[in-house]
Write a protein that binds this ligand. Structure first.
Ligand SMILES: [Zn+2]
Length: 245
């Protein structure tokens, strides 16, 4: 079985805590490559790591917050200007095409970016598995700002499973989402602060023995978490980290 290479382009929160970029994970398999989330800072992040953005096959979006999908207009603008020919698939909760088209009109009016590109918008819905060219996506509703249509995603590719919580408070849904996964990336924004919509570490720590995934890594830290790194039992992501799955 081939290994997947996951590059952490960004694993920060919406506020750039610790100078970390917004969420963006690049996964390279033998048959293709794709992004999980594409936060506002993703295009410079991808270029910083020498990733050819015009070769990316697909982008999976967990929810409609700028630190998770705000980089897409910039990535598409770059592709339109520099003549991308290859199709790109954007897989999101319902309404992705309209939201991204509106964002493009606001940020770069009159550039007709989508007309110059071969973009295929696909919508997933919770409880169903969506088949994409090189992989499948199963989406799970999670607990975060409702209007952003928050989901966690479980992606199967080349015999491996990568699960990602998206942004969420604790929910038992994280168990089936991450069941037996080769890698589970779990949002853990806060250490002890309790806020609906985000995880706090002290709560997550109690649940750790119940997980059946092979590896769990934490992401999306605010300053409170960054100040307590030595206290964390599981590993955690850092920008630029490379993980073989
Ligand atoms: Zn976020």
């Amino acid at each position: 079985m081939t290994e997947l290479k996951l590059k952490v382009v960004g694993c920060g929160d919406a506020f750039g805590s610790g100078g970390r970029l917004n969420t963006c994970f690049h996964i390279q398999g033998s048959a293709g490559n794709f992004l999980i989330d594409c936060g506002a800072s993703s295009l410079p992040g991808l270029k910083h790591h020498g990733i050819n953005t015009n070769d990316i096959d697909a982008i999976v979006i967990s929810h409609f917050h700028g630190d998770h999908y705000g980089g897409i207009p910039f990535l598409l603008l770059d592709a339109a200007i520099y003549g991308r020919a290859k199709k790109i698939q954007i897989i999101s909760p319902p309404g992705g095409e309209q939201r991204i088209s509106t964002l493009l009109d606001l940020l770069y009016p009159g550039t007709s970016v989508l007309e110059k590109l071969n973009v295929e918008f696909l919508e997933y819905c919770a409880g169903k598995v969506s088949l994409v060219e090189h992989f499948s996506v199963e989406a799970f509703e999670v607990i975060h700002a409702e209007k952003a249509l928050p989901h966690g995603v479980r992606i199967e590719i080349e015999g491996k499973v990568i699960a990602y919580s998206g942004d969420t408070s604790w929910t038992d849904t994280l168990m089936p989402l991450s069941d037996g996964a080769d890698l589970f990336i779990c949002e853990c924004n806060f250490f002890s602060t309790k806020v609906t919509g985000h995880m706090n570490y002290l709560e997550l720590e109690k649940k750790l023995p119940e997980f059946s995934c092979k590896r769990i890594l934490l992401t999306h830290f605010d300053q409170e978490m960054l100040d307590r790194l030595d206290r964390l039992k599981p590993g955690y992501l850092t920008d630029g980290m490379e993980i073989m799955v």
